[in-house]
Structure formats: structure tokens, C-alpha cells
Design a protein around this ligand. Sequence first.
Ligand code: AHR
Length: 667
Amino acid sequence: MNRRMLHIRIVAILSVVACSTSPARESTVQLTIRADQPGTAISPTMYGIFFEDINFGADGGLYAELVKNRSFEFAEPMMAWAEVKPDGAAGAIEILDQGPVTAASPHYIRIKAATAGYGIVNEGFAGIGVKQSEKYNFSVHGRDPTGKAVLRIELISPRGEVLADATLRGFNSKWTRKLATLRPTATEAKAQLRILFDGPGSADLDTISLFPERTWKNRPGGLRADLVQWLADLKPGFLRFPGGCIVEGRYLSTRYQWKNTIGEPEQRKLIINRWNDEFKHRPAPDYFQTFGLGFYEYFVLCEDIGAEPMPILNCGMACQFNSAELAPLDELQQYIQDALDLIEFANGPINSLWGAKRAELGHPEPFNVKYLGVGNEQWGPQYIERYVPFAKALKEKYPEVQLIAATGSDPQIFPNGPKEVAYLWEQWRKLDAEIVDEHFYRNPDWFFDSATLYDGYHRGNQKVFVGEYAAQNVGVASPDNRNNWKCALAEAAFMTGLERNADLVIMSCYAPLFGHLDRWQWTPDLIWFDNLQSYATPNYYVQQLFSLNRGDVVLPVEISGQEPPTSKQPGLYVTSSRDMQASEIILKVVNSAPKPTPVQLKIEGVRRLARRGMATVLAAEKLTDENSITEPNKVAPVTSRPTGVSTSFEHTFPPYSVTVLRLRARD
Ligand code: AHR
């Protein structure tokens, strides 16, 4: 072979490998996209986020507070705290409740040091993550009538090295908030916070807090920046909050009550987190909700990341998997009033009672809540009895707010599920409900097989919200479930079906969102983190690919040359849409086959296409591949600019892959 021929051959091979496009030649599968026949509009809310304080997702996670049990209000007031009494040091501690900082947080600690070196230490959330040279803001409410107490505040490593320290003095007989700045000399994921007396003395301390200076948008007492960034990078259509079962509570007394989550942090009365003892195999006795990430912070977060707020509220029913406690119908008014007040808090004018509170907190402009969920996973006639008065009151006052009605939990996992779901759907049709929430926690095969689930669904006035879903490769909420590529691929296949049925399905979100690597209860989760780092799962990247490439209208696609794919018969799952502003045709293809699949693509209804397209491919070598802290990008999207695009061209879809092709129309 002469040099010129060799060069031509190398160029030819490279163009196939790099671009996966080549001039038309025979291939088995043909996809024909009718670019001039825009179908139904895809709702901007199609792909959103589900947030719940599970797996230490809020306290210990998104809410950047580093001290656990900062107010000594856990059921065991000294939980997460220990006495520090090195050799030769002496003293005593007491938990008291006379004359507290606030009634919402009645307990505080009295430390009586007989010698220097006596004090207390906090373990954080499986440690305290600190980064070298960054600033950490310590604060404490303190009281010492003698004015003599001198406190040394230290961050220490697990080996006992002092990473940062500061001194506080000048307390008096009134509760005073004191501040100090700590700058660690080293990065440490499992540091502890120590408060020691410099000599004999006594002080009352409460709300002992430590925050990184660098939070999301550098807001004091704010949210963990890396975790919010993951959310922002999804460009989510909505943010569902606060859950999940946490809305319901194990008992009505521990339900989520939004009014307890606003105002000064120390005024927010904490409660036990319902995931505290839900799973015997993953006990979390130290899991409480401080509500530091409360409803105001939630609305601001929605605004920051451009997501529609979607509060889900308790409707007088505690979790039906737990106590199933019911608020009597004649006591429902307080629950309904809470819902009405929340809308006023979010949307009301600043001269309304709750609108004024919003303005006082720093946001005179309304948050424009358009959606509200009435209950989480509720079922049975008791739900209908409660939904009806809720809907009546809410619609009378706020007809513009669309209500979300539930269909219980995943029909496979709650008592008599399929029958209950059928019953609820019948009720929702009768009651002319607006949006109906469905949940699916199934094995990956179900997701592959359910890409067609909504094709044949009844179409009435109700829109569908796939409000919780995630492929479970071992079993529902099994601790052995993995965020592996097979699950993500199956979810992608399912999502092609959501998008194709955009006339019916207007919202969807993966659940749960976050998992603390050391403290989770439920797996799989979309984003994992430890005290310093975080990574996105393959499932996250699937969500992101769909969200960033949603398009405005569905385009019809004809597929020939393959049998409809199923879990048993792998193949291509396809959906296409058009981004009107960018004038781009978007093609999402999930190849569930273990081999590359060449496809003849025909784009009808456009005169010309730009010769270079944009291809983003998410693929993995093995279906068991996962991301991790050490290999965060093992399965991550790769973008290229294929050439040779025309109204009829060939493209090869890699094995086990999700591909988004964006093709610019030049009409
Ligand atoms: O996503 C975890 C839990 O699953 C949610 O809290 C609940 O709604 C569902 O059962």
C-alpha cells in the first residue's frame, strides 16, 4: 500500500470512529423523522427534581450546617456530643431548660469546668468536612453571669491534631451570640469540633453552629455549593419538596409543617426525621430535621436554579405504611388553612399576612407557585374524603394553582395496589382532578418494557406526573441496589416513552435525590456525596441529557427494520423533538443492545441540515458500571461534532448507550 492510500484509509477509519456518521449505505434500521409535523408541545416542567430529607439529604447534606444536634434538642440531648476530659482536667455538664434562648429550642448545655482543658466535642455528620485554608464561621449563643469564661474553639483531626482554633470571651448574664472564624491548616473529611475551657469557669451554651463561608451564592447559613450546583446543572423544570413520605410523617404529630420551617433558625422547632428508624438494617437514631433548609430557602433555591416550585403538603393523613393516622374530618380545617397560607406566603401581596412575612424574610416579590400536591402517597376512600375539601378551598381561593392528586405508592408495593390505583384514577376522573401523580420503583426490565406504558393510557382531562421513579436492580429500597448503568439505561428507555407521550405526561422526576455515602437509608439515589465531595450517578446523567435536550414539540418518528424493543429483545428506543428557537431537531436514541447499531436516518420536512451536528453519548462498557468518588466520570456524557449530516445519512449508535443528536435545520 503506498503512502497516499494508507493516509486515505486512516482518514476513513478515523471519520467512522470519531463521527459515527457516513454517507448512506444499507443498514437494517431506518428512522424517519417528520420535522415539518410538530406534534404536541412538551411541557417545560417535563423533567424536574424530587427532594426529600432522606439519606441525610438536608441535615448533613444540602443544608451546610456542620454541627449535628447544635441545640441539644435531639431525643437524647447529648447525642453527637461527648465530654472532653483529658488527664488532669475536670468538670461537669448539665442539660437545662430554664430561661432558654427560645421556647422553640428549650434545651441548652451548662458546662462547669473545674480546670483548663475541660469541654465538649461534636462529631458532625459522620465527621465534619473541612478544606484547607477555607473559612468556617462558628457561632454560639452563650451566657455567663461571671463574665470570666474563656472558650477555645478547635477543629481537630481524627488523630487529635488541631486544624484551626479561635478564642471566645466576654459573655454576660444575657444570651449573647458570639462569632469566630476558623481556617483549617489541612483538608479533613472527618474532623470534629471541640469547645474547651481555658481555665476554671462556667457557661451556658446553645445553638452551637459551624458553616463553611463558601456556601451556595455565599449565603450565610446557606446550602452546600457543590450539591446545589448539581441541581442547577440539571436545569430542572420544577423542584418537588419536601418529599416523599416525610410530608406525611410516621404520625400526624411528626408530619411536615411548613410554618415551623421559616424565620430565625433557632425558632424552627426540630422534629425526628421519619427515616430515623424506618429501616432496621440502616438505623439512624441521630436523624432529626432542624428545618434549616425550610420553605423560604426552598423557594429561593427554586428561583436560583430556575425551577417551578412544587410544594407537596400533608392532607390530614400520616404515612399509610406506618401509623396511617387520620385527622378527623372536622379537624381538617387547620391542614387546609396551612395550604392556603403557604400559597399566600409564596404568592400573596406584601400587605397580606403571609405575604408580609415573606417580604420580612427578604423577598417582597412573589415566588409564583403554580403547583401544589395534596398528600404524598395516599390511598383509599379516606384520601378522597380529605382531598375533596382541600381542592374546594384551594380552587376557590387560588384557581390558578394546579393541584396534584396521588395514586398511592407504586401499585406493586402498597396493599392491594393495582386495585387501589384503579379506584383512585376513577375518582380523579369523576372529580376532574388536574394532575395525577404516579410512582414506580421497579426492576430495570420493567422500565425497558414500560417505554410504551403511556402509549395506550386513557386520555381524559387529567395530566400525568411521574412523581417518583427509579430502577431497583435488587428489590424496592434494598440496601443492595446500585446506581449502575443498566438501571440508568432502563430509565432512559422509559423516559423516551414519557416524552413521546408529552400530551399526557407533563412532569417526571427520579427519586430519591441525595445519598450521604456514610449515612444513607435508601438506595439508589441520583447524587452521592461525602463530607467533602460529591458525584453524579449514570442515572443523573440520563436525567440531565433529557432535561438539557427536551425540545419544545414532539416530532413523529417512524422506525422500521426492528421489532419493538423489550427487556428480552434489545433494540433502539427513540423519541424526537424540535427546539424551535435554535431550529434544531433533537433525536434521543437509547440502544439497549450489546452491539453497535447502524441506522439510516431520514429527516423529512426540512430542506437542508447543517453538515455538522452535535452528538452527546452516554455509554459504558459494562451494564454493571457505576460512578464513585474515586471514579466520578466512569459513566459520563461525551460530546462530539459529527460531520456528514444531511437529510439522509447513517449514524451508528454504540452498544448500551444513550445518544442525543442535535441537527440544525437550514430552511
Ligand atoms: O423516595 C423514597 C420514598 O419512596 C418516598 O419518600 C416515598 O414517597 C416513596 O415511597
